[in-house]
Design a protein around this ligand. Structure first.
Ligand code: SAJ
Length: 433
C-alpha cells in the first residue's frame, strides 16, 4: 500500500461495529468491500439500506453505497487493508470463543499479498492476534508474517479495539482515541497510518497483547463500578435509604464519581468482556468475578421486589417502562429490563402492560402471556403501578403532575421527586429489614 494513494479496504463482518466502520472508512474516500456471511445483510447494504439501527447510519450508508465507495459481498476479494469486526461470544462456562475471528482469518488468507495490513477489532482474549497470525502463517507459507523471525515481514498484523458506544457510534468512531497494538512496532505504524485517514481522536501505538488487554480492562472497569452502584442500591433498600440521594451527595466529593444503579447490566460487551480476563487468570480475579455476580444478582433482586409489589396490590394494573438494554436505543439483546418484564408478564399475565417506544411489537417471549404493549399516555391513564426499567428520555420528561398518584418502583432513579416510592411501601410489606 503506497502512503499517497487511498487503500482499498475489506471489512469482515457487517454488524453493529463492522457496518458503521465500513461506512466511515468509505466516507473518507477509500473503496470498501464489506464481507458478511449473510446474503440478506449483503443484499440490504447493496440496496443502500441497513439492517441495524444506529443514529444517522442509514443516511451515511445510503450515501457511500450510491457513490460507489461501499459495496457488500459474501465473497472475499483482494484489498490493501483488512479489518476484522466479527463477534467473540463466550460459551456456558464463560470461555471465550474466537472461532469467528479465526474463520475470518481463514477467509482472507488466500487473497493476502505483500504490503497488506490485517487489523483485528473484535474484543478478544489476550493472545488472539498472535493466534490469527499463526493461522495465516500456516495457510500462507509463501508470505513472511510478523514477529516470528527478525526479517521484514510481507504483511502487517495489528489489534485495534473498537470502543464506541451504541447510540453514538458514528461520532465516537471518528472522535475517540484509539489504541493500536502491533505484533511488531512496524505493524503498529502501518495500522496507525490507516486509522489516521478517518480518526480525529489520538491514535496511540502499543503491542498487540497490551491493546487486547486494554479493551477488556475498559469494560471490566465499568462493570466493577456499576456493581458498586448496584450493591449500594441493595444495601440502601435494606436500610430504607434512597440510594439516589446518597449517590448524589457522595458525588459532590471532588474525587468520588459513583455510577448509576439499574436493573442489571445488559448489552453484549460489559457483561461479557470481564469474563475474558477471568478466564485468562481465574485465581487472580476475585474482584472482577464478584462484580459480575453482583450485577447479575441485581436483576433477580429487582424481579423479587417487583413481584412482591405486584402481589401486594391485587387487581392493580402495572406498567413496565422500557425493554431496551439502556436508554434511547432500540437494542433489546441481553437486556435486564426485557428479562424482568417478561418474568412479570409470565407471572401476572394481563395485569402487565409494556411501554417501549423503540419496539414495534413485543419480543417473542411475551407471546401468550396476556401482557400487552401500550404507549406512555395510556399507561399514565390506566396503570396504578409503574416499574421503571429503562431511563428513556421520553419517560424522564413525564411531569410529576401526571404521575403523582402512581406507586412507582424506579430502578433507574429517573423521577427523584416521586412521592410514593416503593421504599416506603416495602416497609409496610415487610420486604426488608
Ligand atoms: N449501566 C448501568 N449504570 C451505569 C451505566 C451503565 O446500569 O451507570 C448499564 C446500562 O444500562 C447497560 C449496561 O450497563 O445495561 C451497559 O451500558 P453502557 O452504556 O455502560 O455500555 P455499552 O455496553 O453500551 O458500551 C460499552 C462501552 N464501554 C465503556 O464505556 C467502557 C463502549 O465504549 C464499548 O465500545 C462497548 O461497551 C463495547 O463494544 O465494548
Amino acid at each position: 500500500m503506497k502512503s499517497d494513494t487511498k487503500p482499498d479496504v475489506c471489512v469482515v463482518g457487517l454488524g453493529y461495529i463492522g457496518l458503521p466502520t465500513a461506512a466511515v472508512i468509505a466516507r473518507a474516500g477509500c473503496k470498501v468491500l464489506g464481507l458478511d456471511v449473510s446474503q440478506s445483510v449483503v443484499d440490504t447494504i447493496n440496496r443502500g439500506e441497513i439492517h441495524i439501527e444506529e443514529v444517522d447510519l442509514d443516511g451515511l450508508v445510503h450515501g457511500v453505497v450510491s457513490r460507489g465507495l461501499l459495496s457488500a459481498s459474501t465473497e472475499v476479494a483482494p484489498a490493501d487493508v483488512f479489518v476484522i469486526a466479527v463477534p467473540t461470544p463466550f460459551d456456558k462456562s464463560h470461555a471465550p470463543d474466537v472461532s469467528y475471528v479465526l474463520a475470518a482469518g481463514k477467509t482472507i488468507a488466500p487473497v493476502l499479498k505483500q504490503g497488506d495490513v490485517v487489523i483485528l477489532e473484535s474484543t478478544s482474549p489476550v493472545g488472539t492476534t498472535e493466534q490469527l497470525r499463526d493461522m495465516i502463517a500456516g495457510m500462507r507459507p509463501d508470505l513472511k508474517v510478523p514477529g516470528l523471525t527478525g526479517e521484514i515481514p510481507d504483511i502487517s498484523i495489528a489489534y485495534c479495539p473498537e470502543r464506541v458506544l451504541p447510540g453514538r457510534i458514528l461520532e465516537e468512531l471518528t472522535n475517540n482515541d484509539r489504541s493500536i497494538g502491533g505484533i511488531t512496532p512496524r505493524c503498529a505504524r502501518k495500522a496507525l497510518a490507516f486509522y489516521k485517514r478517518f480518526v480525529r481522536g489520538e491514535c496511540v501505538t502499543t503491542d498487540a497483547r497490551s491493546a487486547e488487554m486494554t479493551k477488556l480492562v475498559e469494560n471490566a472497569y465499568r462493570d466493577v463500578n456499576i456493581a458498586f452502584a448496584n450493591e449500594l442500591s441493595i444495601v440502601s433498600d435494606k436500610m430504607g435509604l434512597d440510594v439516589w440521594e446518597v449517590i448524589r451527595l457522595a458525588n459532590r466529593h471532588p474525587r468520588v464519581n459513583i455510577l448509576s444503579p439499574g436493573p442489571g447490566v445488559g448489552g453484549h460487551c460489559i457483561a461479557v468482556d470481564p469474563w475474558f480476563i477471568v478466564h485468562g487468570a481465574p485465581e487472580e480475579t476475585p474482584l472482577i468475578r464478584t462484580a459480575r455476580g453482583v450485577n447479575d444478582h441485581k436483576m433477580h433482586h429487582v424481579i423479587a421486589k417487583a413481584e412482591a409489589l405486584v402481589e401486594a396490590h391485587p387487581g392493580a394494573k402495572v406498567a413496565c417502562l422500557g425493554l431496551a438494554f439502556k436508554a434511547n436505543i432500540d437494542d433489546f439483546r441481553e437486556s435486564p429490563a426485557r428479562f424482568v418484564a417478561s418474568r412479570l408478564a409470565r407471572k401476572f399475565g394481563e395485569r402487565i402492560h409494556i411501554v417501549e417506544p423503540y419496539a414495534a411489537e413485543l419480543p417473542i417471549e411475551f407471546t401468550d402471556t396476556g401482557a400487552t404493549q401500550i404507549d406512555i399516555d395510556d399507561a399514565l391513564e390506566t396503570c396504578e403501578i409503574m416499574i421503571v426499567l429503562v431511563d428513556h428520555d421520553v419517560f424522564k420528561v413525564v411531569p410529576l403532575a401526571e404521575r403523582a398518584d402512581k406507586l412507582v418502583y424506579d430502578t433507574r432513579g429517573i423521577w427523584p421527586d416521586q412521592p410514593r416510592v416503593v421504599r416506603e411501601e416495602e416497609a409496610r410489606l415487610k420486604l426488608v429489614g
